[in-house]
Design a protein. Structure first.
Ligand code: 13P
Length: 248
């Protein structure tokens, strides 16, 4: 049995009333999901204080500072996240790489800072459409991943999110994800959970969950509705049961 992960990235969505959705996710997951699935919700920073008090679902940040404290206006340090009960943190999301110039070397530093505080970094990598069209996706992403990995040995998760698949309604194909995740498995080793993200929804989650080196999903839009999110999660459970049956 291996651990699988369903992680919701709410991005810049959600006001205080939406904490109710995290409570709903926690109840639904308790009622319907197997314990070998870790459920994580990453709400915007303003909701972390309330979210950290909800049981049975892990909470993640969407970014953190590579520095411990000091004159970094607008930034949030890892100890600030930790104090709120946060255990995971997304870093290097393509939206931050594009809009905030976040380089892989900074992502690697953030990963080290998170690991040294005992939090799990969720390191995001992915290629733009041009690189996919040039047939250079695997080279591009493995390079980005190598430069974004922590120096320290601690555990981290690696999420493959092709930029062109995010929010487009068109997920990468089973073949594209298989080839990429096999390459990332070689790079990150057998213990690193590998997630796929980019237009995951209940309609495609079953097929994507069956891919050999897919250990879970990083879900954007579809994570904003608790029932939809849990439908996706249930398919990861189902894929793991199929995997176990096949190996008997
Ligand atoms: P969508 O699921 O909305 O395509 O977003 C994916 C994503 O960016 C998760 O981090």
């Amino acid at each position: 049995m291996r651990m699988r992960y369903i992680i919701g990235n709410w991005k810049m969505n959600g006001l205080a009333a939406d904490l109710e959705k995290i409570i709903q996710i926690s109840k639904l997951s308790n009622r319907t999901l197997q314990p070998d699935l870790t459920v994580v919700v990453c709400p915007p920073a303003t909701l972390l204080p309330g979210a950290g008090e909800i049981h049975d679902v892990s909470i993640g940040g969407q970014d953190c500072s590579p520095y411990e404290k000091g004159a970094y206006t607008g930034e949030i340090s890892v100890s600030m996240l930790k104090e709120l009960g946060v255990t995971y943190c997304i870093i290097g999301h393509s939206e931050r790489r594009a809009a905030h110039g976040e380089k892989s070397s900074i992502v690697a530093r953030k990963a080290d800072v998170l690991i040294s505080a005992g939090l799990f970094p969720i390191i995001c990598v992915g290629e733009p459409a041009e690189s996919r069209n040039r047939d250079d996706a695997i080279g591009f992403v493995t390079r980005m991943a190598r430069e974004s990995l922590p120096q320290s040995d601690g555990p981290f998760l690696l999420a493959y999110e092709p930029v062109w698949a995010i929010g487009s309604g068109r997920a990468a194909s089973v073949g594209e994800i298989s080839a990429m995740h096999d390459a990332l498995r070689n790079l990150a080793g057998p213990q690193t959970p590998l997630l796929y993200g980019g237009s995951v929804k209940p309609e495609n989650a079953g097929a994507l969950a069956e891919i050999r080196n897919v250990d879970g999903f990083l879900v954007g839009g579809a994570s904003l509705d608790p029932e939809t999110f849990i439908k996706i999660a249930a398919q990861l459970n189902e894929a793991e049961r199929n995997c176990e049956r096949a190996s008997v």
